[in-house]
Every structure is written in structure tokens, then in C-alpha cells.
Design a protein around this ligand. Structure first.
Ligand code: FAD
Length: 321
């Protein structure tokens, strides 16, 4: 595909979830010439979330509504949001970034804020998509409180599954931790804590081939014993799936320091090991992934970009890595 003329900006923001929209707002307030490139509708994971009850200042808000409010707010400060898919982020030898999109456009800037989030790994079983947000969840902190007094199934065997099963017992009457293997991958400490919790029942060597429900949400998970193939129904009001989370970091051309899970490591300015490449929100290596942490990261990143660019213009070598 022939490249169009390069479009020059101070900063290119990749993704318009909470982090990208917040970065766009602060970039606008900082009078930076910024563009935010989003492959779908602005809002990111907010658009896959029914109710949000833990975003400070909003006691209860629909995901789509918060997405709309964030988008309008960012636009009030001049956010330019382009609908396109970023395919590659490349840093040239002269320090300028080339952000290439599916439509064949090339956005050039000396700073990029990557806020492309990530994707929970799906099981791909019947009922999973149909009941997403209606009993099927990938986030215990986000959705646990909606299941007070209910029985839940947690699927997975790694740290996230075991830790979140333990977390969910503060709301649920019982948590059935279903793992396809005998051995858990989770750390010994997490296993000991969770397995000694009287509200947790561990079900080993068992898979969940289907999630079933009705108009009100999930009613049960189908269990299949790996050795006998026998199926049974587990009555639960919700199924929490922790099969992994893939951060969208593959867009960056070249090595950027990351943790074992592939999340980008940043300094306290949110700058990655690649000078001028900042990361905020769910793509970043950190303890938790929430809307509040995404917008907090983005605030820091956008303000740090302003200082970084000022440093470059004034020839302050310290601004570079
Ligand atoms: C089901 C669910 C419920 C949740 N509930 C809550 C909750 O109640 N409270 C809470 O605090 N947190 C909740 N979370 C977590 C919260 O949604 C995330 O932490 C937050 O959305 C992260 O924001 P982000 O901007 O970093 O990433 P995202 O929201 O993932 O946004 C990333 C954006 O980047 C775009 N993008 C990705 N790749 C490209 C590309 N190549 N080109 C262009 N655009 C791209 C995506 O389309 C997306 O819009 C929930 C998450 C899920 C999955």
C-alpha cells in the first residue's frame, strides 16, 4: 500500500479507552498537537462493562455512559479522535516515531503514548459470549460485589484464578475453583491461602465446556471430568474466567522492556525503555488494572510528554534516555 503524506503531531496516542481519552484530555490542556487513534468506538473496555460502581464520584454508572462522558470531556479540550487501526509503531534513528495505520496513514511524532489495553483470554465455549456481563466475568475486583451471597465458579489454575477465587469469597457464599489439571500453576503461598479458605471448593481435572443461563443471567456451569468424560451441572450465579490476559504490545517494532506477562515496564513518568514511548493503563506492568489506575497513568504520561518534548526542544539531553 502506498503511504500517504506523513501527518505531524506532538504526540500520538494509540487507543481511546479510559487511558487514551484521559491522555488526550491532558494533552489538549497542555496545548499539545495530539491525535488519538482508535480502532473501534471510544471507551475501550468500558463498552464491555455493564455497571461500574467503583469509579470515584460515580456511585453507579453504565459503562457506555462513562465512555461517552469521557469522550465528550476529552473533545472539550480539543481531542482529535481518528477511527483507524494502528498496525506498527516504529522509532526511527532520528528519534521520530512513525505510527502506521491500516488505512495507510503515517503519523509522525517525537512522543507516543501507548494505551492499547489488552484482552482477557477467552475459553471460546458456548454461553461465554452470550452471558458476558450477565454472569460471565474476567475481573473479580470489578464485578465481585454484584454477586453477594451467590455461588460462583472460578475457572483457571494460575495466580490470577487462585488469588481472585480467594478475593471473591468476601462476597460469594461459595466459590468453586475449577481447574483442568491436577496441579495448580499458582504460587504455593496463594494456593495455601486459598485452599485453607472454607468457602473455596477445589475441583481438579475438570473443564467447563459450556455456561448455561436464562433471561436473568447465568444459572449453571457444565462440568466435564477429564478422566471419565462424565458431565454434571454446577449451579452458580456467575462464572469468573482467568485463562490469561494479553496486553496489546505487539504493535511496537523493536525491543521494549517488559515483565514476564508481556506488560510494558515504565519509569515514574510512564516512559518505557524506548525513549519517547510512554505506556499507560492496562498495557503497563503494575499491581492492578482498573479505570482509576488507567486514568492516573495517563495523566502522568501526558504531563511527562509535555516536559519530554520541552526538554528535546531546549536540547536538554536529560530528557532522552
Ligand atoms: C468485563 C470487564 C469489566 C470491568 N469492570 C471494571 C469496573 O467495574 N471498574 C474498573 O475500575 N475497571 C473495570 N474493568 C477494567 C477496566 O475496564 C480497564 O482497566 C480499563 O478499561 C483500562 O483502560 P485502558 O485505556 O488502559 O485500556 P482499554 O479500556 O482496553 O482500551 C484500549 C483501547 O485501545 C484500542 N486499541 C487496541 N489496539 C489498537 C490498535 N491496534 N489500534 C487502535 N486502537 C487500538 C482498543 O480498541 C480500546 O478501545 C473491567 C474490565 C473488563 C474486561
Amino acid at each position: 500500500m502506498t503511504k500517504r503524506v506523513a501527518l505531524i503531531y506532538d504526540v500520538v496516542i494509540v487507543g481511546a479507552g479510559p487511558a487514551g481519552l484521559c491522555a488526550a484530555l491532558y494533552a489538549g490542556r497542555g496545548l499539545l498537537k495530539a491525535v488519538t487513534i482508535e480502532r473501534g468506538a471510544p471507551g475501550g473496555e468500558l463498552l464491555n462493562t455493564d455497571l461500574i460502581e467503583d469509579y470515584i464520584g460515580f456511585e453507579s454508572v453504565k459503562g457506555w455512559e462513562l465512555a461517552q462522558k469521557m469522550t465528550e470531556h476529552a473533545k472539550q479540550f480539543g481531542a482529535e479522535i481518528v477511527t483507524d487501526m494502528v498496525e506498527r509503531i516504529h522509532r526511527d534513528a532520528d528519534g521520530w516515531f512513525d505510527v502506521e495505520t491500516a488505512r495507510g496513514d503515517s503519523y509522525r511524532s517525537q512522543a507516543v503514548i501507548l494505551t492499547a489495553g489488552g484482552t482477557p483470554v477467552k475459553l471460546g465455549i458456548p454461553g461465554e459470549k452470550e452471558y458476558a456481563g450477565k454472569g460471565v466475568s474476567y475481573c473479580a475486583v470489578c464485578d465481585g460485589a454484584f454477586f453477594r451471597g451467590e455461588r460462583l465458579a472460578v475457572v483457571g489454575g494460575g495466580d490470577a484464578a487462585v488469588e481472585e477465587a480467594d478475593y471473591l469469597t468476601r462476597y460469594a457464599s461459595k466459590v468453586h475453583l475449577v481447574h483442568r489439571r491436577d496441579e495448580f500453576r499458582a504460587s504455593q503461598l496463594l494456593q495455601e491461602r486459598a485452599f485453607s479458605n472454607p468457602k473455596i471448593e477445589v475441583i481438579r481435572n475438570t473443564v467447563v465446556p459450556e455456561i448455561v443461563g436464562n433471561d436473568t443471567g447465568v444459572t449453571h456451569a457444565v462440568l466435564e471430568d477429564n478422566s471419565t468424560g462424565m458431565r454434571s451441572n454446577l449451579d452458580v450465579g456467575g462464572v469468573f474466567i482467568f485463562a490469561g490476559f494479553k496486553p496489546n504490545t505487539q504493535l511496537v517494532d523493536g525491543h521494549v522492556d517488559h515483565d514476564a506477562g508481556g506488560y510494558l515496564i515504565t519509569d515514574n513518568r510512564m516512559m518505557t525503555s524506548m525513549a519517547g514511548l510512554f505506556a499507560a493503563g492496562d498495557v503497563r506492568s503494575q499491581v492492578t488494572r482498573q479505570i482509576t489506575t488507567a486514568v492516573g497513568d495517563a495523566t502522568t504520561a501526558a504531563i511527562a510528554v509535555e516536559k519530554f518534548l520541552k526538554g528535546l526542544r531546549e536540547g536538554d539531553g536529560k530528557a532522552k534516555k
